[in-house]
Design a protein around this ligand. Sequence first.
Ligand SMILES: Cc1ncc(COP(=O)(O)O)c(C=O)c1O
Length: 399
Amino acid sequence: MTDKFTLARARFPGALTQAYIDVASRGLLPGDAPQIAHDHLRERVLGRTDKAAYFEVVEQARRGIARLLHAHVEEIAITKNVSDGLNMVANALDWKAGDEVWLCSAVEHPNNLYAWRNLEALGVKVRDFEAAESEFPIDAVIEALQGHHRARVITVSATSFLPGFRVDLDRLGAACRATGVRLVVDGAQSAGITHIDVEKTPIDALAMSTQKGLCSVYGMGFLYVRREFAEELRPRYLARFGVDIPATHEADYDAAPIRLQPAALRFDLGNYNFLAATLVTHALDLLNSLGSKDIDDHVCHLARRLGDGLVELGVPMVIPRLGRQANMICIESRRGQAPALALQEYLKTLNVQAAVRRNAVRFSFHFYNSEEDVDAALNGCSSWLTQHWPTFGFEDVNQ
Ligand SMILES: Cc1ncc(COP(=O)(O)O)c(C=O)c1O
């Protein structure tokens, strides 16, 4: 019997014509996406837009992501991207001068740094922990939580964009909860890829975007906020959809005192990216039918296979000690970025797509990848590295 991942892969032409190992930059769209977008736009061209159907698609997308995360539908806000969601949360807390945000800048994307650094203008202190090798220093952070402190938020990526390690959110979340600190997670690299169950894992907010693991276009995101946390928050921006009034039309106004929508719905602003919502609804149906646990197992298996193959070739690999390897594998040059770019270019000639971030070639898997993709990447790396080993600064490593 053909397995469900093979069947799903067949719906992604971009996965069949090359080894596309770069979901961490952006995911592939399914082959029917252009038709779906065409039908959506055609309605506008012909002036036949059904606005009620538009809103229903947004609600379907909200239900789809809630199902994937085991969240309540009201705990999902519709956003533009990851930084939009992070900024919504960062600016909705009632900060007092001297309050602290804890993070580790060495493992974060800048979009999970500036949102918090911006609070320095309010007297908030951003405490930047040193990385433990290439990882979020979970032990040091948990130890610091035991003493006297002013931390109100700890923020971390569920999977770092480089080198792609996962932090133990269960352990970190439990320590945060025990000490009254909120855990805000950047889910850019995990949404649709990593199994996250917010019923079990005590994270308070999770910001996501739709163009990577959620196999859709740029310009839309989701923000999960746990109900009890969301209801402590006052959005900095407010629009009609964030306010709970008896009337139902989008253009209705109520002069009564403002009552915010329940939970994360208060963060919704004005009209949505209905095209992106239409596309991501289809992708979420597929992701939910595959199941997040199975997707997680599949991508980690492929990453492990690639990592093990590179170790066999003699490539020095950084292994996570505190967290876990995710869907990503990086080959890091010790001689700057140029060798990484050269390997990436060579891989392209073999129809293998990978990214370069800083000095590393980054391979990142999704459900549409297969073992053949791993083999293609390994064959390419093997033939290139045997010729260019010293350019990566690996001379001291036995080949
Ligand atoms: C960990 C992480 N956070 C955030 C982003 C981007 O944030 P935004 O959706 O705001 O562009 C990325 C990558 O694009 C990322 O890898």
